[in-house]
Design a binder for this molecule. Structure first.
Ligand code: F0G
Length: 353
């Protein structure tokens, strides 16, 4: 394509759309697949980062949301509703606005990163913040939607996963093969399931000739799948994946088993290290996203991965989403001096402050 038309057009033959489906688009998808020199060197593998922060609302959610909202409109709905740790709500609000629909979002109070909240407000969503966590918000949304006739656009909506397959398609199209390993953060467990479905779809149609191993990474304080039971009070600074009762846990387990991969836990400290590391190569992703890189580093360190393989780590959301965490975690704060060249020079030499 000379001009990228967005996912519903670019991947129309692979998606459940027809002539009645509205042509919704914010020109989402077609995100960069960036080769990481430092991660490749460290791991002895070919490591690429799928930079989903380049989507129109800054996360991978746009891939599923464009389809879910288009299908809701096609079915005659006028309002979409979702629970969210932030990115789903930003995306739902944007696509609802684009489609001329209303969005209602329910979020955990004080646990949504600032940029995401700003987005939902600007796109014009009705926002309710509960004194509770994401899992509780999703529970409420599922009840509310039934009663009020609104369409749920969380990843329990099957169109979300259908649309999110396009990330797997893009990776295969770019590499001209499937990677050997895919590393992805796991929260509500929709995305890992969508990737696996996407790879299997391409494999069934002989677009690729082998399937990747799927490695999913939960935050240690919210690792329900790893521990094998829901976590009532999930905790992690990576608020995007602060989820204790993943709705698609069964699909994630299936993806990891069928692909001979695994679901693992990464600590907040491992996530912090990865978050800062990739930024120092010029790639800014939000903390939840860095769980994929943290996982790759962890699995390499314990000797679980053979060298020479092609790996893709998915960076699910843009670093700008969560400026507070970035500023808290970095040492390179601005030095404030008087307005003159000598003072600036002294500051740079470390003589002032
Ligand atoms: N990374 C980011 C940046 C996310 O926002 C999410 C989920 C995930 C990873 C995990 O993906 O849920 O499909 O396993 N965010 C949801 C939200 C829950 O409400 O924005 P998952």
């Amino acid at each position: 394509h000379v001009f990228w038309p967005g996912l519903l057009q670019a991947y129309s033959e692979w998606l459940p759309i027809n002539e009645k489906t509205p042509q919704l688009s914010l020109n989402e998808g077609n995100t960069p697949l960036i080769y990481s020199n430092q991660l490749s060197e460290y791991t002895g593998m070919q490591v690429y980062l799928k930079y989903e922060g380049a989507n129109p609302t800054g996360s991978f959610k746009d891939r599923g949301m464009v389809l879910a909202v288009a299908k809701a409109k096609e079915a005659g709905a006028d309002t979409v509703i979702c629970a969210s740790t932030g990115n789903t709500s930003a995306s739902a609000a944007a696509y609802a606005a684009r489609a001329g629909m209303k969005a209602v979002i329910v979020i955990p109070d004080k646990y949504v990163a600032l940029g995401k909240l700003a987005q939902a407000m600007m796109y014009g969503a009705r926002i309710v913040a509960i004194r509770g966590n994401f899992d509780e918000a999703l529970e409420i949304v599922r009840h509310l939607a039934d009663e009020a006739g609104m369409t749920v656009v969380n990843s329990v909506n099957p169109f979300r996963l259908e649309g999110q397959q396009t990330a797997a398609f893009e990776i295969c199209d770019a590499l001209q093969k499937a990677p050997d390993i895919l590393c992805v953060p796991v929260g509500n467990a929709g995305n890992i399931s969508a990737y696996w479905k996407g790879f299997k779809t391409y494999h069934d149609h002989q677009r690729i000739h082998h399937l990747p191993r799927m490695l999913g990474f939960e935050a240690e304080g919210a690792a329900a799948i790893v521990q094998g039971h829901p976590i009532p009070n999930p905790e992690t600074f990576a608020t995007a994946i602060r989820i204790g009762n993943p709705a698609s846990a069964h699909l994630a387990v299936q993806a990891s088993q069928e692909s001979h991969g695994g679901i693992f836990a990464v600590s907040d400290e491992e996530i912090r290290i990865a978050y800062r590391l990739i930024a120092r190569e010029g790639i800014f992703a939000e903390p939840g996203s860095a769980a994929s890189v943290a996982g790759l580093l962890q699995q390499t360190k314990i000797g679980n991965l053979e060298k020479g393989q092609t790996v893709v780590c998915v960076l699910t959301g843009n670093g700008l989403k969560d400026p507070n965490t970035a500023i808290e975690l970095t040492a390179s704060k601005p030095i404030v001096v008087e307005n003159n060249t000598q003072e600036v020079l002294k500051a740079l030499k470390g003589e002032s402050v």
